[in-house]
Ligand binder design. Structure first.
Ligand SMILES: Nc1ncnc2c1ncn2[C@@H]1O[C@H](COP(=O)(O)OP(=O)(O)O)[C@@H](O)[C@H]1O
Ligand SMILES: [Mg+2]
Length: 231
């Protein structure tokens, strides 16, 4: 479904991602792991068009999307939840969700039902101004907003960052539920233990390059994974 081929991205003279190959098959949860600075966020940003890659190809169901403007990428079926959860603070939870859906035509009520079933907490707080939500609720809202676009592939960048362990469990329970519903997901996560426990396949990045890949069980036993986190 999502195919990334020889993707390279840089910031001026700094190469952050080099000739990266990656694939997310239909309905799978794929994890992208690596130490701080390994190039995980840049990879997601280059895939979704938030950061223009210097080389490489990104295809969704065979169609090249790497040269499209952002709104066309969303329409093609890619939704990116960046690090640090941005909602429109003065709007309520439900206004934020409706605003997100406005980018696409179609069944808004059914989608709202679906995201509220996934995050009952958001349903309770739907009239609450988003700026007053807790960190965990804001992360849930960010994922819910992305889901309102009915993405073919959901890109999640460190959804557990800065959250208390109990809240991390709730956010990951929702990610697992989405996966069970057949949602294709590319998950960037610092916490390799959690990610390897729920993914179908994982890639390990070190200095912008894939140094290991495989299923969760195989990578848990792979010394290169530990190494990738040590430097
Ligand atoms: N806006 C930026 N300007 C310059 N360098 C950046 C910028 N964002 C990231 N980098 C550099 O690119 C590399 C990869 O960063 P990033 O993709 O954020 O890694 P990760 O998400 O794995 O922590 C790092 O060396 C980082 O310092
Ligand atoms: Mg990052």
């Amino acid at each position: 479904m999502l195919h990334v081929s020889r993707l390279s991205a840089s910031y001026g003279a700094i190469t952050a991602v080099a000739e990266l190959d990656l694939a997310v098959a239909d309905g799978t949860l794929v994890a992208l792991l690596g130490a701080n600075g390994a190039g995980k966020s840049t990879t997601l940003r280059a895939i979704s068009g938030l950061h223009r890659p210097v080389a490489g190809s990104v295809t969704l169901d065979g169609a090249e999307i790497s040269a499209l403007p952002l709104h066309r990428v969303v329409r093609a079926g890619l939704a990116h939840v960046p690090e640090g959860r941005m909602a429109v603070a003065p709007l309520t939870v439900e206004e934020n969700l409706r605003l997100s859906r406005a980018a696409r035509r179609g069944a808004e009520a059914a989608l709202l039902d679906r995201v509220y079933a996934l995050f009952p907490r958001l349903k309770d707080r739907r009239q609450q101004v988003s700026g007053l939500l807790s960190g965990g609720e804001q992360q849930m809202l960010a994922i819910a907003r992305a889901m309102m676009t009915s993405p073919r592939v959901l890109l999640l960048d460190e959804p557990s960052m800065g959250l208390a362990p109990a809240i991390v469990d709730q956010v990951f329970a929702a990610i697992v539920a989405l996966h069970r519903q057949g949602q294709s997901i590319l998950l960037v996560e610092q916490n390799a233990e959690i990610a390897l426990g729920i993914c179908d396949h994982a890639y390990v990045l070190r200095r912008g390059r894939v140094v290991a890949q495989g299923d969760g069980a195989a990578l848990r036993a792979d010394a290169r994974v530990l190494e990738a986190y040590l430097s």
